[in-house]
Design a binder for this molecule. Structure first.
Ligand code: G4P
Length: 548
């Protein structure tokens, strides 16, 4: 009998498997001022993506790689927008999904986290957990994203490291596994002990603004005792023994399930501990993983391309006045000029100018793999959460809208500019810069803006003026809570008249109830226990939004 030859593996699938195993994708979550910009810059330096320290923050001519490109950001010194930074390091393609620094833009950060496989939680050693860190951590937990903790600013007086670990474990319910452990702190910070190799990484203080020199001393090296005060070494060793006694092990499965966080100590500003962090992180972080869809989990090794839109941004570059949809590749190989199916509309589109964006720079990409992010020109067709695919139909789980807390009428004082006003409002809503609600009374045509943070409203006004040439006026509404109604209009009509709330419609013509405060909400829930309300808008599929 002649046995049939074993089929040789298809070169395409080998290339795909190889590309996926080489990719790591992550976002940094932190409270403003913890050092995210500084750490990002140091990581980019290692990746050779920028040539000099300061480039991320540098102003004027030198300002090449920056996520703070909007004029308003420059004026206010805040980071609103976010981009994707890709670099190669030691054989790995790293995608760093940058998130806005200001908490008023946390909705944008939530959406970016939907595209991330790993998160780095940056903590200021002197401050410990801060409100924004906690909030973003909750989003990571919801999505079971692995969390790596970097405790920063070790060159300055900080809190006791054991206390910091305890705070993270108690407050976040996250088991910590310190990968390295600090020796002394503040003025007496001498470096860290690598817990796995027991090597000592010495921190050599340089003048302000200069980089620290990292010197590695192996366990038997006599210089250890000459260069570090014995009592500090002893204290660090005792603390390490305590940690070993506590029993947690570096279990990768638990790390990838988001239950156990590898912890690193360092100082981004002096560049101490950043390279060891990057090396260990890339070894421990999860590669692009399967994502949930209406067809079940989709493996990144599925040969056909698929991905979803997690962010839209208009007028990123005023010279181009373009609209870009950021797509996270989830499976298969993406190729330039590819024709893909747009799941929501069922239409086929050819993606002729896919871009890779790096701060302000952009270049046409020839191909991309799972874990990568591509920028597509968006002629108004894409919404946040949309799926693109080839092969059998697949639709990824959408990205929910978070409950807004600030509401205001947006008035157009200049009726002759209505066309531009309408265009601006519609485009900014599509982008997710703000949510837009409408009065149920059709004679009240002005939109109601609904936002998570006040600055979001200011940005909308600012951009309307600068990008669409229209001035506008905000009239605050006295509401602070929004709820979506399960069962839509029929459910709402069945309960009759409601008191102490205002009913409006969202861009998908669904009823939304606005309340002044939680008390009014609870009152209504008591009066109408059958009415099911949701703080997060259900994901919409297959319906076109209402434009202004
Ligand atoms: P963010 O993006 O998270 O908001 O923080 P950013 O990197 O802008 O850092 C906030 C401040 O903390 C900056 O100081 C930065 O230099 C400082 N910083 C970051 N990492 C470290 C560190 O490891 N050690 C110390 N001592 N400081 C650190 P700044 O005075 O606001 O700005 P700059 O004058 O240094 O640019």
């Amino acid at each position: 009998m002649v046995s049939s030859p074993t089929p040789s593996p298809d070169p395409g699938s080998i290339a795909l498997a190889e590309a996926v195993s080489r990719r790591r994708n992550f976002a940094i979550i932190s409270h403003p001022d913890a050092g995210k910009t500084t750490l990002t810059e140091k990581l980019l330096l290692y990746g050779g993506a920028i040539q000099q320290a300061g480039a991320v923050k540098a102003k004027g001519e030198q300002r090449k790689v920056t996520s703070d490109w909007m004029e308003l950001e420059k004026q206010r010194g805040i980071s609103i927008t976010s981009t994707v930074l890709q670099f190669d390091y030691d054989g790995t393609t790293v995608n760093l999904l940058d998130t806005p620094g200001h908490q008023d833009f946390s909705e944008d950060t939530y959406r970016t986290l939907a595209a991330a496989d790993n998160a780095v939680m940056l903590v200021d050693a002197a401050k410990g957990l801060e409100p924004q860190t906690r909030k973003l951590f909750e989003v990571c937990r919801m999505r079971r994203i692995p969390i790596f903790t970097f405790i920063n600013k070790m060159d300055r007086p900080g809190r006791d490291p054991l206390e910091l670990i305890d705070e993270i474990e108690q407050e976040l319910g996250l088991t910590c596994w310190p990968v390295n452990w600090p020796i002394g702190s503040g003025d007496r910070f001498r470096g860290v002990i690598d817990r796995r190799s027991q090597d000592l990484l010495l921190f050599e203080r340089a003048e302000r603004g200069r980089q620290s020199l990292e010197r590695r001393l192996e366990p038997g090296d006599p210089a250890r005792h000459e260069l570090v005060e014995p009592e500090l070494l002893e204290q660090a060793s005792e603390e390490l023994e305590l940690l070993d006694g506590a029993g947690a092990e570096l279990d990768l499965e638990r790390v990838h399930a988001g239950e156990l966080s590898p912890v690193f100590f360092g100082s981004a500003m002096t560049n101490f501990g950043v390279r060891p962090f990057l090396d260990a992180f890339l070894g421990l972080a999860q590669r692009p993983v399967a994502r949930e869809s209406d067809q079940g989990p989709v493996d990144p090794l599925r040969p056909e391309f698929s991905g979803f839109v997690f962010k839209l941004q208009a007028n990123m570059d005023p010279r181009h006045r373009d609209r870009v949809a950021f797509v996270r590749v989830c499976s298969g190989r993406f190729e330039k000029d590819m024709s893909v199916r747009h799941a929501r509309s069922g239409r086929t589109i050819r993606l002729s100018r896919p871009q890779k964006l790096f701060g302000q720079d952009r270049e046409v990409v020839e191909d991309a793999y799972p874990g990568d992010v591509i920028g597509l020109n968006n002629p108004g067709m894409f919404s946040i959460g949309d799926t693109l695919y080839t092969g059998a139909r697949v639709e990824y789980e959408g990205i929910p809208c978070f409950s807004p807390e600030i509401f205001a009428w947006l008035r157009n004082p200049n009726p002759s500019a209505f066309k531009s006003f309408r265009k601006g409002v519609n485009e900014l809503r599509e982008e997710g810069a703000v949510q837009v609600l409408y009065d149920t009374d059709p004679s009240k045509r002005d939109p109601i803006l609904a936002a998570v943070g006040q600055l979001q409203l200011e940005v909308v006004q600012y951009r309307l003026e600068n990008e669409y040439g229209v001035t506008s006026r905000l009239e605050p509404l006295e509401f602070s809570v929004a709820r979506w109604v399960s069962g839509g209009w029929p459910a709402l009509e069945s309960v009759g008249r409601l008191f102490n709330c205002k009913t409006v419609r969202d861009a998908w013509d669904r009823p939304v109830l606005l309340f002044r405060n939680d008390w009014n909400l609870h009152q209504l829930q008591e009066d109408h226990p059958d009415l099911e309300l949701h703080g997060v808008a259900p994901v919409v599929s297959g319906v076109e939004p209402i434009a202004l």
